[in-house]
Write a protein that binds this ligand. Structure first.
Ligand SMILES: *Cc1c(COP(=O)(O)O)cnc(C)c1O
Length: 400
């Protein structure tokens, strides 16, 4: 079979809920993937930061196969010998009393919303079923009905109502607007430290700090969705660390599963996450031993290979190289660590065609929000690979 045959199968028998580039990948290693015709590509998307540790990291693969050879699923009706160890690792690395494991990012976001609402009723004394959560315009927190209920992106939600009430959205990056939206019924503010899907939108310095301070002042929880920005991506373990902010709840996903298995979690201290009682929340696969073993290895790789520092050093270097590219099409280069967005000017005609041109040169990127090319390679990438990519990016951004 050739690439076109695989593509035809997908087109004919799969729902068209994505618009992928037409590259059919059959193998990956580190920062590189190979297609069915044997062509090699540098992966500059890393599955939206789920592959921070790279494709098939040997240590994570070993944890996967060793655990798969013992036991994969117990359900939480019984205990297993991996979950407690994962809790301990999360505590040691991130310092929150408790964790609640789920599978996908959207489920962990839902979990955080439930926990914040319960805290609002039980601790803050908000009248039952009236709690409000403040979010930011342009947010991306997943695809469930509740989560899209507070999306401001029309095609994420237009045909999918009725929506879950209880959310207020304010402009991202505007601390005054955030504070003005707080009411006695507000239980939480939920933010992405950097809005990845909105086009790598970096808020003004001090924004998250201001959000944390006002949350404390008004007895409101700060929830940081670090699913994309966390676990080393931006040059710190959490992006919140850049402003010395310790959110009340942290949501992790993506790279927590080391690029092999969906693992997500909500972290918070005992007075918050300790409110959840048996039966109030759960998931059949959440906290399963295979996922827990993989997540432990994924965290160990981040820690022992210093991937956050690596993201800082290589991100700083790569951003400088990108900024130097002379191009009539580039409006702005922005980002933090190895989460970088290149915003094109309107006359560029959208980012998609440049992603397709880059694919032709062995570089896999995806457009986000029409005009932005996101560069977010696995954190295990080396400087030589970045240096190899720069002239190709330069050529593609200078079409004749
Ligand atoms: C990807 C993402 C999610 C959703 O995660 P899924 O695993 O796709 O459900 C939520 N929040 C942010 C910031 C994300 O980047």
């Amino acid at each position: 079979m050739h690439a076109k045959d695989y593509i035809a199968l997908e087109e004919n028998h799969g729902a068209h809920n994505y618009h992928p580039l037409d590259v059919v990948i059959e193998r990956g290693e580190g920062a590189w993937v190979w297609d069915v015709e044997g062509r090699r590509y540098l992966d500059f998307l890393s599955a939206y930061s789920a592959l921070n540790q790279g494709h098939r990291h040997p240590r994570i693969m070993a944890a996967l196969s060793e655990q798969a050879a013992r036991v994969t699923l117990t359900s939480r009706a019984f205990r297993n010998d991996q979950l407690g160890l994962l809790y301990q690792d999360l505590y040691d690395m991130l310092g929150y009393d408790l964790a609640l494991p789920m599978n996908t990012g959207a489920e962990a976001v839902e979990t955080a919303i439930k926990v914040a609402r319960k805290w609002g009723y039980v601790v803050k004394g908000i009248p039952r079923h009236e709690a409000e959560i403040i979010v930011a315009d342009g947010n991306f927190h997943g695809r469930t009905i509740t989560v899209i209920s507070f999306s401001t992106e029309p095609h994420y939600r237009d045909d999918f109502g009725p929506f879950t009430p209880g959310f207020t959205s304010v402009p991202f990056g505007d601390a005054a607007a955030l504070e003005a939206a707080i009411t006695p019924r507000t239980c939480a503010i939920m933010l992405e430290p950097i809005q990845g899907e909105a086009g790598v939108v970096v808020p003004p310095p001090g924004y998250l700090r201001a959000a944390a301070d006002m949350a404390a002042r008004h007895q409101v929880l700060l929830i940081a969705d670090e699913i994309q920005t966390g676990l080393g991506r931006t040059g710190k373990l959490l992006s919140s660390d850049h402003e010395g902010v310790r959110p009340d709840l942290v949501i992790l996903g993506k790279a927590l599963g080391g690029g092999v298995y969906p693992v997500s979690a909500v972290l918070a201290d005992r007075p918050i996450l300790g409110l959840i009682q048996p039966g109030e929340h759960g998931s059949t696969f959440g906290g399963n031993p295979l996922g827990a073993a993989v997540a432990r290895a994924a965290l160990a790789v981040l820690r022992e290979e210093g991937l956050a520092d690596r993201a800082h050093d290589l991100g700083t270097y790569f951003m400088e190289r990108l900024v130097e590219i002379p191009s009539p099409l580039v409006k702005e280069v922005r980002g933090q660590g190895l989460l970088i967005g290149v915003e094109l000017k309107p006359e560029a005609g959208g980012a998609r065609r440049y992603c397709e041109a880059l694919m032709g040169r062995g570089i896999l990127c995806k457009e986000t929000h029409q005009n932005v090319i996101r560069f977010a390679p696995p954190l295990v990438i080396d400087r030589d690979a970045l240096d190899w990519a720069v002239p190709h990016i330069t050529d593609v951004l200078n079409p004749r």
